[in-house]
Design a binder for this molecule. Structure first.
Ligand code: CA
Ligand code: CA
Length: 591
């Protein structure tokens, strides 16, 4: 409250306080609510059920014994013709669910009844350029605001009670290929966002805005050579970057359109006070045009939340030539080794390797494949750098007879990744990561290309192919201490939705066939399944209300697979689109 106890804000705060005493409204989400989100089971106020992104809930009334009785209590339709992929994670606070849908829409829903309270539709211009379907992954909550990113690259803050716009900020130029699809996060009063657009030669960045006002606090480009800035007391100053000179790891001017899009957003660990954001492919895809490591593409970055300074970086695929975006979530977790607590963080990369890092300094602890085949590297060296198999990099068009097409190679994983955006979960009980992964290969070749604003900037052609007749998706329980797969569940369609682990020894996940499924976290045995009527590519949540445990998940097939999936897309073309959010609980014993 002290933040508001001066100037004009005071009268407004007093009014809000008075209203909340009368039960009409509540003060909304605080920094404390967000930091404590994982432990407070009565609400879900952060993407990842806690800013560390563990997607783990301490709730136990749903467990391996009781989950068989789980029943749907309501389903809410996003309506209209605007179905397409639904990749959102809902939020729940004070009896209201806030969930996004395709085409930059936000809904507030009464969680008791499933009734709509309000709907916000962003008015999108013609000419938006989402690479991978018109999806959105969720909102951030702060104070009385519901904040989300739009496909025309704006951050929009809505009043939580009315859905009316409180502030709106342009984060990037949609005509140059920028868009926003990730859920922003709020850390210490700042809303932190990345940007999408790596297929259009944008320059990736992470930015912080004052959550109450929308004022830009700092900006941090993620391509080496671009300077970042912080605004303090009206003054703009550089926020340093390690080794940030242009041209060091990029030839010529390519850093000016270098990609490294931060399109999946980030996580935050209050313990080490660092933001963790991943960066996408260097642009263009044709790696022969840009010899060098191409920092900070295909990397994980640790960023100071107060200044935007890069504290450390870890690059998973230097000089990436396969579109192995390094954006996948870096999840903080602690484990014991020789009696000591290791402050670790883990990530499962598109490139097929899973990495365990020291989250204080970015040091490589260990890495191991989490997919059955990796074609492009024979392993990782002691620093976690891949050992390339040069003959398995797509060939240089300059080496071909007419200079138009380089040698085509078979690459595994495909560019859609051993794992893509769909977030894994970490169980504090089993110490395992539950990784939604896919087994697929691609034929890929390079072509000449030059940058043109607003045009695809790939210099590559490709066809994605299944590797097995029976399955593409594999949910894996991975031990981060040993690199061993403890169990696996094979799924016919590719997995594209997030995972949730609970203290009830359960792991929840949806599949494109439409099922919300629950697994025994220790054995992988399927304990529950329910079909939601369209494919699930969103991330389930759980919370508690009036002493009962609820599960919610959005349903609506789409995302990158039907658009980019080649032979795989053909294999799953029978799956129907949709757009709804489902909520489940156990039946009350006395009713
Ligand atoms: Ca909570
Ligand atoms: Ca990419």
């Amino acid at each position: 409250m002290s933040k508001f106890a001066a100037g004009k804000g005071f009268a407004v705060t007093a009014l809000v306080a008075a209203m909340s005493f009368s039960g009409m409204t509540t003060a909304g989400v605080t920094d404390k609510d967000i930091i404590n989100d994982q432990a407070t089971t009565g609400d879900v106020v952060s993407n990842g059920l806690g800013l560390r992104g563990q997607r783990y809930s301490p709730l136990t009334s749903l467990n391996t014994e009781t989950v068989k009785d789980l029943k749907a209590v309501w389903s809410f339709s996003f309506g209209g013709e605007k179905q397409r992929g639904q990749e959102s994670q809902p939020m729940v606070k004070d009896g209201v669910m806030y969930v996004t849908a395709s085409y930059s829409r936000v809904f507030a829903i009464d969680v008791k009844t499933g009734e709509e309270l309000w709907q916000y539709d962003a008015r999108l211009p013609d000419g938006i350029m989402p690479c991978c379907d018109v999806i959105n992954r969720g909102v951030a909550l702060y104070g009385d605001l519901v904040i989300f990113g739009t496909l025309d690259a704006k951050l929009v803050a809505l009043n939580k009670d009315t859905g009316k716009v409180k502030w709106k900020k342009k984060v990037g130029d949609y005509k140059a290929g920028y868009s926003l699809t990730a859920a922003p996060i709020v850390v210490k009063g700042k809303v932190i966002t990345g940007v999408s657009g790596g297929e259009f030669g944008i320059v990736g960045k992470v930015e912080a805005y004052d959550a109450k006002t929308g004022k830009l606090a700092w900006t941090r480009p993620t391509v080496e050579g671009h300077m970042g800035y912080i605004w303090k007391d009206g003054k703009k100053t550089e926020n340093g970057i390690s080794g940030g000179k242009p041209g060091k790891t990029w030839p010529g001017d390519l850093w000016k359109t270098g990609g490294a899009a931060t399109w999946l957003g980030g996580t935050y660990d209050p313990d080490v006070d660092l933001l963790f954001f991943g960066t996408g492919n260097p642009a263009p895809w044709n790696s022969h045009l840009r010899p060098g490591d191409n920092l900070f593409s295909s990397s994980r970055l640790a960023i100071d939340p107060d200044t935007g300074k890069i504290v450390w970086h870890f690059q998973t695929t230097p000089n990436d030539g396969w579109d192995f975006d390094g954006v996948n979530e870096l999840i903080s977790f602690d484990y014991k080794s020789k009696g000591k607590t290791v402050k670790a963080a883990a990530t499962a990369d598109r490139n097929g390797f899973m990495y365990v890092l020291n989250r204080e300094n970015g040091d490589f602890i260990r890495g191991f494949p989490f997919v059955d085949e990796i074609s492009w590297a024979s392993g990782l060296d002691k620093n976690g750098r891949p050992i390339y198999i040069d003959s398995n990099r797509p060939g240089n068009p300059a080496d071909s007879k007419d200079g138009k097409k380089g040698k085509s190679i078979r690459a595994v994983p495909s560019f859609l990744g051993g794992k893509n955006w769909m977030p894994m979960a970490y169980s504090q009980d089993t110490g395992l990561f539950y990784v939604p992964s896919n087994e697929w290969a691609m034929d890929i070749w390079n072509e000449p290309v030059s940058y043109k604003k607003g045009a695809a900037y790939l210099g590559a052609g490709f066809t994605i192919k299944p590797m097995n007749d029976e399955y593409i998706g594999v949910l894996r329980a991975m031990d981060p201490k040993t690199g061993k797969e403890v169990w696996r569940y094979k799924n016919y369609a590719p997995l594209w939705g997030g995972v949730l682990a609970t203290a009830g020894n359960l792991v929840f996940m949806g599949n494109p066939e439409g099922y919300l499924m629950a697994f025994d976290a220790k054995s992988g045995e399927v304990k529950y399944k329910f079909n939601t009527g369209s494919g699930i590519v969103g991330s389930p949540i759980t919370w508690e209300m009036d002493g009962e445990q609820y599960i919610s998940v959005v349903s609506g097939w789409g995302g990158a697979v039907p658009l980019w999936g080649g032979e795989v897309a053909k294999r799953v073309k029978h799956l129907n689109q949709g757009g709804s959010v489902w909520t489940f609980k156990l039946p009350k014993e006395d009713s």
